[in-house]
Each structure stands twice: as C-alpha cells, then as structure tokens.
Ligand binder design. Sequence first.
Ligand code: ADP
Ligand code: MG
Length: 258
Amino acid sequence: MSYIIAEDLTKHYGSGDVAVAAVAGISFQIEEGEFIGIMGESGSGKSTLLGMMGAMNAPTSGRFVVDEIDIYTLGQEQRADFRREFLGFIFQSFHLVPYLTVIENVMLPLAVVKAGKKEKREMAEEALRQVGLKDKAHRLPSQISGGENERVAIARAIVNEPPVLLADEPTGNLDTKTSREIMELLKRFNRKGMTIVMVTHSPECAGFAQRILRVCDGLLVGDNSNVRSLDQWQRKERQKEPLPDQNQAVALGSLPTG
Ligand code: ADP
Ligand code: MG
C-alpha cells in the first residue's frame, strides 16, 4: 500500500450557478521519501489540492489516506493531531507573525507539544540551525531579508520533524539565487527521508522534484518522473555567476501566483 493515496478527490466551492469544481476528480499515489512537484496554471486547483492533502480542507468527495490513516474519516480533534504529527506546511505567503521574533515564530507549532520550555527552545534552535539562521533568532521578521523569512517559515514547518512537508510556491516571491538555496534546503530534507509535495510555477524549482503532477482545470493531466536534469540547471546558474544584486535579480516566480 502506498504511503499517500488520493482517491478521486473532488472539491466544489459554492452551489448552483456559481459552483466551481476547483478539484474535479484527482487520484494519485505517493511513496515515502518522494519529492513531488505540482504544476499548473493559476486557478487550476493546486492550492485546493494541497489544502486537502494538508488535512485542512475536506473534499466534497473522494478519499485521502496517509500511512493507512483515512484522514477525512477522522474527527476534528484527531485530524488536528494527525496534522501536528505528520505534516509541516510552508504557505504561499510566509505567514510569519510580525511582532514575534524569528525563534518565537518557529516555536509556534510547539505550543501544543508536550515538552518543557527549554526543550522547545532547543528544538527551535536546532530547526533554525538547519536553515542557517541560528544567529538571527532574536530579530523580527521585518529585520531580515525575504529569503530569510522563507527560511524561517521552513524552520517552523520542520521544527517538530514531520515525515511529510507540504509547500505552496515556497519561492514565489524570491530571486533566482535565493530560490536555489531554498530548493537545496528542501532537497537536503528530502535526502534525509522527508516526503515533500511542493506546488511551484517555476520549471527551475520543479527541476528539484523527482516527479511532477500536472494539474489543469481541477484534473490531473500529467504524472511524470522528472526528465529535466537538476545538474543542468545548476550548471547554467553557475555560469551566470556572479549573480546580480538581490534587488535587481529577475524574480524566478514573477508569474502571477494564484
Ligand atoms: P491555484 O492554487 O492552482 O491557483 P486554487 O486551488 O487556489 O488554484 O483555486 C482553484 C479554483 O477554485 C479557482 O477558480 C478559485 O477561484 C476557486 N476557489 C479557490 N478557493 C475558493 C474558495 N474558498 N471559495 C470559492 N472558490 C474558490
Ligand atoms: Mg495557489
């Protein structure tokens, strides 16, 4: 049995004339340790699909199973437990709390974890070390760069070491160099065994995934192992160096994010 199974998932918003089938019947299976990219035009249903995978958005019909747990048969509380134990999220916008410091933001998911304050702080410090931000733990989000904000969001997503990481356009607002750093970070987590599902508009970022699910109008229109070589992109990027100043760099995710 596959680690993750989506079985004919649908999600309809609204009803009657204004009903939208954001996801119109999608099935796939994901094995433990895979790095999956989800691609598709704006409005094609990627975020809706990711929300259903994140146990946050109940499907209109269909089944979603992780590690033999049928997620939407669980009660609200059990589903919250599942989310806490199994999933890390990186949202489309960082959602950092502006008046909390970096380390306080990373500690947020630990609020409900049964552990002492010191232990939680150590977990958050370890997560920040993994994303290379331990020395900026006591700054506010406004006092660090966009790429660093993204890394804080990643540290927060992995602080309780979830087996599955879901990311919705994690580099949507970042320049090429920073995007590559973020992708390398995700790749590192993936090598350590984390299953990653990442929505992206960027072919370069998708190059880091092993397999691409293509979504169009709420349907799965492609499911391929990645043919594009990651090395190829990295070589091309290296040739371009020195990279332009961060502010002038052409944003990788300059396409509208939906
Ligand atoms: P994507 O992430 O690929 O841009 P979304 O999953 O956000 O696509 O949206 C898919 C479709 O569902 C779009 O037509 C969008 O307008 C619609 N939609 C998304 N969320 C809602 C919602 N909460 N209520 C109504 N319609 C929604
Ligand atoms: Mg989206």
